[in-house]
Structures are given as structure tokens and as C-alpha cells.
Design a protein around this ligand. Structure first.
Ligand code: 5GP
Length: 214
């Protein structure tokens, strides 16, 4: 299962995803590639793969990206290899990507689960971004300006989760993942495995057919 999580910058999706990865088993996180410079404390290969514009363009032109987008003036992309590795390991993959990326993933994989994390207000978003202190003022302003357009695209998503309180919002995100895993089409392999433990049809019929009436 591909789980797309989007929100405006400062919406708190990173924190929610970290929580959910600690509590929900069977999840993998796709580390994106970006041309953005690392922030203080960010680790190459863990938070992002940090690359030059030339390297990003080379990867893009070679068809390495499942999706990519220009966000707040930098390029970001998800590689096929990252997602395929997780899927081979039987894990559901979380993609923490922007609204453009979410739309591209939806076009590629109609059964991707898309979740939009919304802050309680513009003011909260602004305070979070200022407190984070990771962006210079012009970049911060650009992110806040873009936030409105991102929130306005909420209808494109399957779920909207209000990030008013981290514990509650993380529990809701976990619930969505568990519920999506239980959807009938995703349980076919499991049901087949369970059915294999049942006696064959002839034997079941010998015990009175399907409902015991005939
Ligand atoms: P930041 O610079 O704050 O880490 O990320 C800026 C925005 O880029 C966020 O909305 C984040 O979700 C998005 N982003 C991160 N990785 C990817 C990616 O691989 N693809 C796309 N489309 N967006 C991404």
C-alpha cells in the first residue's frame, strides 16, 4: 500500500509520521531526493538524499523518479527503487510529499491512500514555522503564501486529519492505516491462506452442503 501524506510546510506531518512509524508495524518510509540544502541537524540519507540540481536532473531524465515536483523553489522526488525495495519487503510505504506529488502518485496508482494533514489555523502554522526557525524570512513567507493553495486542494485527498494535538492526530493517522489495510481487496491473500485451512468442497458438502438445508 502506498500511503501519501501531505500538508503545508509546518503542518506537522513529519512529527505525525515519526509517531506512527513507532506504533504501527509493517511501515516503511521513502526518503526523498532533493536539491534543497540540508538544514541544521538533517542527515543525508536519513531525512533526504541531498543532491545538486545537475544530479537531480540526471536522475529525472533517466526516469528514476516515480514522481517529482518543484516545491517552494527546490526540487523534490521519490525514486522507484526506494518504493520497490519496501514493497519487496512486504511493507507499506509512507510518502511524505507535497500536493503536486500526491496528484502524480494518484495518477500512477489509483489505490494509493492519500491523507492531508491540516493545521488548526494559519496562525498556528505561522507560529510553528517561526519556532522551527529553519527558513530564512523570504523562504518562510513563500511557504506561508503557498500554504493557502495547498490547503485548498484538500478535496483531492481520501482523508483529512486535523493536527491540533499530536497524540490525537497520530492515533487518527494510525487508525486510517489500519482501516485501509483491512479493506476487502487488500485482504485477498489472507483470506486465501485461511481458506486453505478449510476441508475441501466435497468434504464440506458431505457435512450437509452450504447451509444444511439441502
Ligand atoms: P521541506 O523542504 O520542508 O523538507 O519540504 C518541502 C515540501 O516538499 C513538503 O511539502 C514536503 O512534503 C515536500 N516533499 C518532500 N519530499 C518530496 C518528494 O519526494 N516529492 C514531492 N513531490 N514533494 C516532496
Amino acid at each position: 500500500m502506498l500511503i501519501v501524506v501531505s500538508s503545508p510546510s509546518g503542518g506537522g506531518k513529519g512529527t505525525l509520521i515519526r509517531r506512527v512509524r513507532q506504533t504501527v508495524p509493517g511501515l516503511s518510509y521513502s526518503v526523498s531526493w532533493t536539491t534543497r540544502k540540508p538544514r541544521q541537524g538533517e542527515v543525508d540519507g536519513r531525512d533526504y538524499h541531498f543532491v545538486s540540481l545537475a544530479e537531480f536532473e540526471r536522475m529525472r531524465d533517466a526516469g528514476g523518479f516515480l514522481e517529482w515536483a518543484c516545491v517552494h523553489g527546490n526540487y523534490y522526488g521519490t525514486t522507484w527503487s526506494e518504493v520497490e525495495r519496501a514493497q519487496r519487503a512486504g511493507l507499506d510505504v509512507i510518502l511524505e510529499i507535497d500536493v503536486q506529488g500526491a496528484a502524480n502518485v494518484r495518477r500512477l496508482a489509483a489505490d494509493a491512500v492519500t491523507i492531508f494533514i491540516i493545521p488548526p489555523s494559519f496562525e498556528t502554522l505561522r507560529e510553528r514555522l517561526i519556532r522551527r526557525g529553519s527558513e530564512a524570512p523570504p523562504d518562510l513567507e513563500r511557504r506561508l503564501r503557498n500554504a493557502r493553495f495547498e490547503v485548498e486542494r484538500y478535496r483531492e485527498f481520501d482523508y483529512v486529519i486535523l493536527n491540533d494535538e499530536v497524540e490525537r492526530a497520530a492515533a487518527q493517522l494510525a487508525s486510517v492505516i489500519y482501516a485501509e489495510r483491512a479493506r476487502c481487496p487488500r485482504q485477498e491473500a489472507l483470506v486465501r491462506r485461511v481458506l486453505e485451512t478449510f476441508p475441501p468442497v466435497e468434504e464440506a458438502n458431505a457435512h450437509g452442503g452450504q447451509n444444511g438445508c439441502g
